[in-house]
Design a protein around this ligand. Structure first.
Ligand code: DI6
Ligand code: FE
Length: 413
Protein backbone atom coordinates (compact mmCIF):
# COMPACT_ATOMS: atom_id res chain seq x y z
CA UNK A 1 0.00 0.00 0.00
CA UNK A 2 2.02 3.01 -1.15
CA UNK A 3 0.09 5.96 0.36
CA UNK A 4 -1.33 6.64 3.81
CA UNK A 5 -4.29 8.66 2.55
CA UNK A 6 -5.89 9.95 -0.60
CA UNK A 7 -8.38 12.79 -1.12
CA UNK A 8 -10.77 12.55 -4.05
CA UNK A 9 -13.49 14.80 -5.40
CA UNK A 10 -11.43 17.94 -4.71
CA UNK A 11 -10.23 20.95 -6.63
CA UNK A 12 -6.65 21.93 -5.88
CA UNK A 13 -5.13 25.40 -5.79
CA UNK A 14 -1.58 24.05 -5.83
CA UNK A 15 -0.03 27.57 -6.00
CA UNK A 16 2.78 26.00 -8.02
CA UNK A 17 3.90 27.85 -11.12
CA UNK A 18 2.14 26.44 -14.11
CA UNK A 19 -0.23 27.30 -16.82
CA UNK A 20 -3.34 27.78 -14.72
CA UNK A 21 -4.29 30.57 -12.35
CA UNK A 22 -3.60 29.50 -8.74
CA UNK A 23 -1.89 26.41 -10.19
CA UNK A 24 -5.43 25.04 -10.14
CA UNK A 25 -6.30 21.45 -10.95
CA UNK A 26 -10.01 20.67 -11.08
CA UNK A 27 -11.45 17.22 -10.39
CA UNK A 28 -8.19 16.34 -8.73
CA UNK A 29 -6.74 13.86 -6.27
CA UNK A 30 -4.12 14.34 -3.57
CA UNK A 31 -2.15 11.46 -2.03
CA UNK A 32 0.07 11.63 1.04
CA UNK A 33 2.60 9.26 2.60
CA UNK A 34 4.91 9.64 5.60
CA UNK A 35 3.78 13.20 6.26
CA UNK A 36 4.61 14.33 2.72
CA UNK A 37 2.68 14.84 -0.47
CA UNK A 38 3.04 11.71 -2.60
CA UNK A 39 0.79 12.45 -5.55
CA UNK A 40 -0.97 15.50 -7.05
CA UNK A 41 -2.96 15.52 -10.25
CA UNK A 42 -6.20 14.92 -12.06
CA UNK A 43 -8.33 12.18 -10.60
CA UNK A 44 -8.58 10.65 -14.07
CA UNK A 45 -4.78 10.24 -14.13
CA UNK A 46 -4.50 8.26 -10.87
CA UNK A 47 -2.28 5.23 -11.45
CA UNK A 48 -4.80 2.73 -10.07
CA UNK A 49 -7.95 2.23 -8.07
CA UNK A 50 -8.11 4.49 -4.97
CA UNK A 51 -8.60 1.60 -2.50
CA UNK A 52 -5.47 -0.05 -3.84
CA UNK A 53 -3.44 3.15 -3.81
CA UNK A 54 -4.06 4.29 -0.22
CA UNK A 55 -4.98 3.01 3.22
CA UNK A 56 -7.56 5.75 3.79
CA UNK A 57 -9.65 7.29 1.03
CA UNK A 58 -11.47 10.58 1.72
CA UNK A 59 -14.20 12.24 -0.29
CA UNK A 60 -13.63 16.00 -0.22
CA UNK A 61 -17.17 16.61 -1.44
CA UNK A 62 -16.16 19.01 -4.19
CA UNK A 63 -14.29 21.34 -1.85
CA UNK A 64 -11.14 23.27 -2.70
CA UNK A 65 -7.78 22.39 -1.17
CA UNK A 66 -4.95 24.91 -0.79
CA UNK A 67 -1.52 24.58 0.81
CA UNK A 68 -1.53 25.33 4.55
CA UNK A 69 -1.51 29.09 4.99
CA UNK A 70 1.70 30.69 6.28
CA UNK A 71 1.75 33.82 8.45
CA UNK A 72 5.33 34.95 7.88
CA UNK A 73 5.58 38.01 10.20
CA UNK A 74 4.13 38.01 13.71
CA UNK A 75 4.94 39.39 17.14
CA UNK A 76 2.29 37.13 18.64
CA UNK A 77 4.00 36.46 22.02
CA UNK A 78 3.57 39.48 24.32
CA UNK A 79 2.17 40.57 27.67
CA UNK A 80 -0.83 42.86 28.17
CA UNK A 81 -2.38 44.80 25.34
CA UNK A 82 -2.47 48.40 24.13
CA UNK A 83 -6.18 49.14 23.91
CA UNK A 84 -5.62 52.33 25.95
CA UNK A 85 -3.14 53.61 23.35
CA UNK A 86 -5.62 52.85 20.62
CA UNK A 87 -8.07 54.97 22.56
CA UNK A 88 -5.49 57.82 22.66
CA UNK A 89 -4.80 57.50 18.96
CA UNK A 90 -8.43 57.67 17.94
CA UNK A 91 -8.63 60.79 20.08
CA UNK A 92 -5.80 62.36 18.08
CA UNK A 93 -2.33 61.25 19.33
CA UNK A 94 0.07 59.74 16.77
CA UNK A 95 1.89 56.38 17.02
CA UNK A 96 5.25 58.18 17.05
CA UNK A 97 4.13 60.64 19.77
CA UNK A 98 2.94 57.78 21.98
CA UNK A 99 6.24 55.93 21.42
CA UNK A 100 8.27 59.05 22.32
CA UNK A 101 6.24 59.50 25.53
CA UNK A 102 7.39 56.08 26.79
CA UNK A 103 4.34 54.23 25.56
CA UNK A 104 4.33 52.14 22.42
CA UNK A 105 6.67 49.18 22.22
CA UNK A 106 8.18 50.00 25.64
CA UNK A 107 4.86 49.60 27.42
CA UNK A 108 4.57 46.09 25.98
CA UNK A 109 8.18 45.44 27.02
CA UNK A 110 7.25 46.22 30.63
CA UNK A 111 4.23 43.90 30.48
CA UNK A 112 6.19 41.11 28.79
CA UNK A 113 9.05 41.28 31.29
CA UNK A 114 6.51 41.06 34.13
CA UNK A 115 4.59 38.12 32.68
CA UNK A 116 5.33 34.54 33.70
CA UNK A 117 6.21 32.18 30.85
CA UNK A 118 2.97 30.22 31.34
CA UNK A 119 0.97 33.45 31.15
CA UNK A 120 2.64 34.43 27.86
CA UNK A 121 1.94 30.95 26.51
CA UNK A 122 -1.75 31.15 27.39
CA UNK A 123 -2.20 34.64 25.94
CA UNK A 124 -0.44 33.76 22.70
CA UNK A 125 -2.28 30.43 22.48
CA UNK A 126 -5.61 32.22 22.16
CA UNK A 127 -4.27 34.23 19.23
CA UNK A 128 -2.55 31.28 17.57
CA UNK A 129 -5.76 29.23 17.86
CA UNK A 130 -7.55 31.98 15.97
CA UNK A 131 -4.97 31.88 13.15
CA UNK A 132 -5.01 28.07 13.07
CA UNK A 133 -8.81 28.02 12.79
CA UNK A 134 -8.39 29.80 9.45
CA UNK A 135 -5.97 27.28 8.01
CA UNK A 136 -2.60 28.61 9.16
CA UNK A 137 -0.18 25.69 9.47
CA UNK A 138 3.11 27.63 9.71
CA UNK A 139 4.02 30.95 11.24
CA UNK A 140 6.95 33.12 12.12
CA UNK A 141 7.16 34.47 15.67
CA UNK A 142 9.49 37.30 16.68
CA UNK A 143 10.94 38.24 20.03
CA UNK A 144 11.47 41.96 20.63
CA UNK A 145 9.33 42.68 23.68
CA UNK A 146 12.00 41.59 26.14
CA UNK A 147 15.10 43.57 25.12
CA UNK A 148 17.02 41.82 27.87
CA UNK A 149 18.52 38.37 27.74
CA UNK A 150 16.05 36.55 29.96
CA UNK A 151 12.88 37.98 28.46
CA UNK A 152 13.92 37.65 24.82
CA UNK A 153 14.71 33.98 25.48
CA UNK A 154 11.44 33.56 27.39
CA UNK A 155 9.53 34.83 24.35
CA UNK A 156 11.42 32.52 22.01
CA UNK A 157 10.84 29.49 24.23
CA UNK A 158 7.12 30.28 24.25
CA UNK A 159 7.25 30.50 20.45
CA UNK A 160 8.75 27.01 20.23
CA UNK A 161 6.17 25.66 22.70
CA UNK A 162 3.33 27.12 20.62
CA UNK A 163 4.57 25.09 17.68
CA UNK A 164 4.50 21.91 19.74
CA UNK A 165 1.15 22.66 21.37
CA UNK A 166 -0.64 23.35 18.08
CA UNK A 167 1.37 21.06 15.81
CA UNK A 168 2.41 24.05 13.70
CA UNK A 169 5.67 24.82 11.97
CA UNK A 170 7.11 27.79 13.86
CA UNK A 171 10.12 29.82 12.70
CA UNK A 172 11.54 32.05 15.40
CA UNK A 173 13.09 35.44 14.74
CA UNK A 174 15.31 37.31 17.17
CA UNK A 175 14.23 40.96 17.25
CA UNK A 176 16.09 42.41 20.23
CA UNK A 177 16.85 45.42 17.99
CA UNK A 178 13.18 46.41 18.08
CA UNK A 179 13.57 49.52 20.22
CA UNK A 180 16.00 50.89 22.78
CA UNK A 181 15.24 49.63 26.30
CA UNK A 182 14.93 52.28 29.05
CA UNK A 183 18.07 51.11 30.86
CA UNK A 184 20.14 51.94 27.74
CA UNK A 185 18.57 55.37 27.21
CA UNK A 186 20.95 57.53 25.14
CA UNK A 187 23.31 54.58 24.60
CA UNK A 188 22.01 52.85 21.49
CA UNK A 189 25.48 51.76 20.35
CA UNK A 190 26.11 50.11 23.72
CA UNK A 191 22.81 48.27 23.47
CA UNK A 192 23.64 47.00 19.97
CA UNK A 193 27.02 45.87 21.31
CA UNK A 194 25.23 43.91 24.05
CA UNK A 195 22.87 42.36 21.49
CA UNK A 196 25.74 41.39 19.16
CA UNK A 197 28.12 40.10 21.81
CA UNK A 198 25.76 38.53 24.35
CA UNK A 199 22.06 38.40 23.58
CA UNK A 200 22.26 37.05 20.04
CA UNK A 201 25.07 34.48 20.39
CA UNK A 202 23.63 33.09 23.63
CA UNK A 203 20.09 32.70 22.35
CA UNK A 204 21.50 31.18 19.14
CA UNK A 205 23.54 28.71 21.17
CA UNK A 206 20.36 27.70 23.00
CA UNK A 207 18.85 26.82 19.60
CA UNK A 208 16.17 29.48 19.91
CA UNK A 209 16.84 31.52 16.75
CA UNK A 210 16.01 30.76 13.10
CA UNK A 211 16.53 34.32 11.78
CA UNK A 212 17.48 37.83 12.94
CA UNK A 213 15.42 41.00 12.44
CA UNK A 214 15.74 44.69 13.35
CA UNK A 215 13.62 47.84 13.23
CA UNK A 216 15.52 50.33 11.06
CA UNK A 217 13.64 53.57 11.68
CA UNK A 218 14.11 57.07 13.13
CA UNK A 219 12.38 55.96 16.35
CA UNK A 220 14.47 52.77 16.55
CA UNK A 221 17.91 51.88 15.09
CA UNK A 222 20.02 53.44 12.34
CA UNK A 223 21.66 51.83 9.35
CA UNK A 224 25.12 51.45 10.92
CA UNK A 225 23.63 49.72 13.96
CA UNK A 226 21.53 47.44 11.77
CA UNK A 227 24.55 46.51 9.65
CA UNK A 228 26.61 45.69 12.69
CA UNK A 229 23.88 43.33 13.92
CA UNK A 230 23.45 41.74 10.49
CA UNK A 231 27.17 41.12 10.17
CA UNK A 232 27.10 39.28 13.46
CA UNK A 233 24.02 37.29 12.46
CA UNK A 234 25.55 36.22 9.14
CA UNK A 235 28.78 35.26 10.91
CA UNK A 236 26.69 32.96 13.11
CA UNK A 237 25.13 31.46 9.97
CA UNK A 238 21.71 33.02 10.58
CA UNK A 239 19.60 34.62 7.83
CA UNK A 240 18.28 38.16 8.30
CA UNK A 241 15.08 40.09 7.61
CA UNK A 242 14.22 43.71 8.33
CA UNK A 243 11.41 46.05 9.37
CA UNK A 244 12.20 48.44 6.55
CA UNK A 245 10.91 51.83 5.49
CA UNK A 246 7.67 51.57 7.46
CA UNK A 247 7.35 55.18 8.67
CA UNK A 248 10.09 56.84 6.58
CA UNK A 249 12.59 55.90 3.85
CA UNK A 250 15.63 54.72 5.78
CA UNK A 251 17.14 52.75 2.92
CA UNK A 252 15.98 49.61 4.69
CA UNK A 253 15.06 47.59 1.63
CA UNK A 254 18.59 47.98 0.23
CA UNK A 255 20.15 47.19 3.60
CA UNK A 256 18.18 43.94 3.85
CA UNK A 257 19.13 43.06 0.28
CA UNK A 258 22.82 43.77 0.94
CA UNK A 259 22.80 40.93 3.47
CA UNK A 260 20.83 38.56 1.21
CA UNK A 261 17.84 39.14 3.46
CA UNK A 262 15.06 36.59 3.35
CA UNK A 263 12.63 39.49 3.41
CA UNK A 264 12.18 43.21 3.87
CA UNK A 265 8.91 43.98 5.58
CA UNK A 266 6.42 46.92 5.55
CA UNK A 267 8.11 48.98 2.76
CA UNK A 268 5.61 51.85 2.63
CA UNK A 269 8.41 54.38 1.98
CA UNK A 270 10.75 52.17 -0.08
CA UNK A 271 12.37 53.92 -3.06
CA UNK A 272 12.90 52.59 -6.59
CA UNK A 273 16.52 51.88 -5.68
CA UNK A 274 15.36 49.77 -2.74
CA UNK A 275 13.02 47.81 -4.99
CA UNK A 276 15.81 47.18 -7.50
CA UNK A 277 18.15 45.97 -4.76
CA UNK A 278 15.51 43.54 -3.49
CA UNK A 279 14.89 42.20 -6.98
CA UNK A 280 18.62 41.59 -7.51
CA UNK A 281 19.02 39.83 -4.14
CA UNK A 282 15.82 37.77 -4.34
CA UNK A 283 14.57 39.36 -1.11
CA UNK A 284 10.83 38.86 -0.54
CA UNK A 285 8.62 41.91 0.08
CA UNK A 286 6.41 41.21 3.10
CA UNK A 287 3.40 43.52 2.95
CA UNK A 288 1.40 44.20 6.09
CA UNK A 289 -1.97 45.76 5.30
CA UNK A 290 -3.18 45.32 8.90
CA UNK A 291 -0.55 47.75 10.24
CA UNK A 292 -1.17 50.17 7.36
CA UNK A 293 -4.88 50.13 8.12
CA UNK A 294 -4.61 50.19 11.90
CA UNK A 295 -2.16 53.14 11.91
CA UNK A 296 -4.30 54.88 9.30
CA UNK A 297 -1.27 55.30 7.05
CA UNK A 298 -1.82 56.97 3.72
CA UNK A 299 1.39 56.16 1.82
CA UNK A 300 0.99 52.83 0.08
CA UNK A 301 3.96 50.51 -0.43
CA UNK A 302 5.29 50.63 -4.02
CA UNK A 303 3.23 47.64 -5.18
CA UNK A 304 3.39 48.44 -8.90
CA UNK A 305 7.18 48.86 -8.78
CA UNK A 306 7.61 45.61 -6.83
CA UNK A 307 5.40 43.80 -9.33
CA UNK A 308 7.27 45.27 -12.31
CA UNK A 309 10.63 44.30 -10.82
CA UNK A 310 9.45 40.75 -10.15
CA UNK A 311 9.98 40.96 -6.39
CA UNK A 312 7.96 38.15 -4.77
CA UNK A 313 5.31 39.61 -2.48
CA UNK A 314 4.13 37.96 0.72
CA UNK A 315 1.36 39.08 3.03
CA UNK A 316 1.10 38.72 6.78
CA UNK A 317 -0.86 39.82 9.85
CA UNK A 318 2.09 41.50 11.68
CA UNK A 319 0.06 40.36 14.72
CA UNK A 320 1.23 42.68 17.54
CA UNK A 321 -0.45 44.73 20.26
CA UNK A 322 0.58 48.18 19.00
CA UNK A 323 0.26 48.52 15.26
CA UNK A 324 -1.67 45.46 14.12
CA UNK A 325 -3.76 43.56 16.68
CA UNK A 326 -4.85 41.21 13.92
CA UNK A 327 -5.41 37.46 14.19
CA UNK A 328 -7.06 36.86 10.83
CA UNK A 329 -4.88 36.04 7.85
CA UNK A 330 -8.01 35.76 5.68
CA UNK A 331 -8.80 39.40 6.51
CA UNK A 332 -5.30 40.27 5.26
CA UNK A 333 -6.13 38.60 1.95
CA UNK A 334 -9.12 40.89 1.62
CA UNK A 335 -7.18 44.00 2.65
CA UNK A 336 -4.32 43.03 0.35
CA UNK A 337 -6.80 43.33 -2.50
CA UNK A 338 -8.91 46.28 -1.36
CA UNK A 339 -6.31 48.44 0.41
CA UNK A 340 -3.10 47.46 -1.45
CA UNK A 341 -4.72 46.70 -4.84
CA UNK A 342 -3.10 43.29 -5.18
CA UNK A 343 -4.90 40.65 -7.23
CA UNK A 344 -6.67 37.71 -5.60
CA UNK A 345 -4.01 35.41 -7.04
CA UNK A 346 -1.19 37.61 -5.70
CA UNK A 347 -2.59 37.65 -2.17
CA UNK A 348 -2.99 33.88 -2.14
CA UNK A 349 0.60 33.49 -3.34
CA UNK A 350 1.44 35.93 -0.55
CA UNK A 351 0.28 33.57 2.20
CA UNK A 352 1.54 30.37 0.59
CA UNK A 353 4.45 30.20 -1.81
CA UNK A 354 5.96 33.62 -1.21
CA UNK A 355 5.42 33.42 2.55
CA UNK A 356 7.34 30.13 2.55
CA UNK A 357 10.13 31.89 0.68
CA UNK A 358 10.18 34.72 3.27
CA UNK A 359 10.86 32.06 5.91
CA UNK A 360 13.41 30.05 3.96
CA UNK A 361 10.92 27.16 3.72
CA UNK A 362 10.58 26.95 -0.05
CA UNK A 363 11.86 23.40 -0.27
CA UNK A 364 9.22 22.03 2.10
CA UNK A 365 6.23 24.39 2.23
CA UNK A 366 4.02 26.79 0.31
CA UNK A 367 2.73 24.68 -2.59
CA UNK A 368 0.95 21.39 -3.17
CA UNK A 369 3.78 19.51 -4.88
CA UNK A 370 5.15 16.02 -4.50
CA UNK A 371 7.75 15.82 -1.75
CA UNK A 372 6.53 18.83 0.23
CA UNK A 373 5.04 18.62 3.71
CA UNK A 374 1.46 17.31 3.76
CA UNK A 375 0.14 20.64 5.10
CA UNK A 376 -3.11 21.63 3.46
CA UNK A 377 -6.55 23.11 4.05
CA UNK A 378 -10.04 22.16 2.86
CA UNK A 379 -12.36 25.06 2.07
CA UNK A 380 -16.07 25.14 1.36
CA UNK A 381 -15.80 27.65 -1.52
CA UNK A 382 -16.62 27.73 -5.21
CA UNK A 383 -13.19 29.09 -6.18
CA UNK A 384 -9.96 30.44 -4.61
CA UNK A 385 -10.94 34.11 -5.00
CA UNK A 386 -13.60 33.56 -2.33
CA UNK A 387 -10.85 33.40 0.27
CA UNK A 388 -10.02 37.04 -0.42
CA UNK A 389 -13.57 38.15 -1.08
CA UNK A 390 -15.61 37.62 2.06
CA UNK A 391 -14.92 39.66 5.21
CA UNK A 392 -15.40 37.82 8.48
CA UNK A 393 -16.26 34.50 6.86
CA UNK A 394 -14.30 31.39 7.65
CA UNK A 395 -14.95 28.68 5.08
CA UNK A 396 -12.21 26.39 6.46
CA UNK A 397 -13.65 22.92 7.09
CA UNK A 398 -10.51 20.92 7.74
CA UNK A 399 -6.76 21.16 8.12
CA UNK A 400 -4.08 18.53 7.63
CA UNK A 401 -0.67 19.29 9.14
CA UNK A 402 2.34 17.05 8.63
CA UNK A 403 -0.05 14.46 7.21
CA UNK A 404 -2.30 14.44 10.28
CA UNK A 405 -5.83 15.82 10.47
CA UNK A 406 -6.08 18.73 12.91
CA UNK A 407 -8.82 19.41 15.34
CA UNK A 408 -9.86 22.96 14.56
CA UNK A 409 -9.53 24.76 17.86
CA UNK A 410 -11.93 27.67 17.84
CA UNK A 411 -10.51 30.41 20.02
CA UNK A 412 -12.31 31.25 23.24
CA UNK A 413 -11.73 34.98 22.78
N1 DI6 B 1 6.85 47.75 13.44
C1 DI6 B 1 5.61 47.42 13.77
O1 DI6 B 1 4.63 47.65 13.12
C2 DI6 B 1 5.63 46.70 15.04
N2 DI6 B 1 7.02 46.63 15.29
C3 DI6 B 1 7.67 47.28 14.36
O2 DI6 B 1 8.88 47.37 14.36
C4 DI6 B 1 4.93 47.46 16.10
C5 DI6 B 1 5.19 46.90 17.44
C6 DI6 B 1 4.45 47.61 18.53
O3 DI6 B 1 3.95 48.73 18.36
O4 DI6 B 1 4.35 47.01 19.61
FE1 FE C 1 6.34 43.81 12.64
Amino acid sequence: MPWDALWLNAHLATMATGRTKYGAIRDAALGIAGGRIAWVGRRADLPGRPEVLATAVHDAGGQWITPGLIDCHTHIVYGGNRAHEFEMRVEGASYTEIAKAGGGILSTVRATRAAAEAELLEGASRRVAQLASEGVTALEIKSGYGLDRATEEKQLRVARRLGERFGLTVRTTYLAAHTLPEEYSGRADDYIAFVCEEGLPQAAKAGLIDAVDAFLEKIAFNEAQTRRLFERARALGLPVKLHADQLSDGGGAATAAAFDGLSADHLEYTSDAGVAAMAAAGTVAVLLPGAFYFLRETKLPPIAALRRAGVPMALSTDCNPGSSPVTSLLLMLNMGCTVFRLTAEEVLHGVTRNAASALGLTASHGTLEVGKAADFVLWRIAGPAELAYAVGANPCTGVVGGGRPRVLARAAG
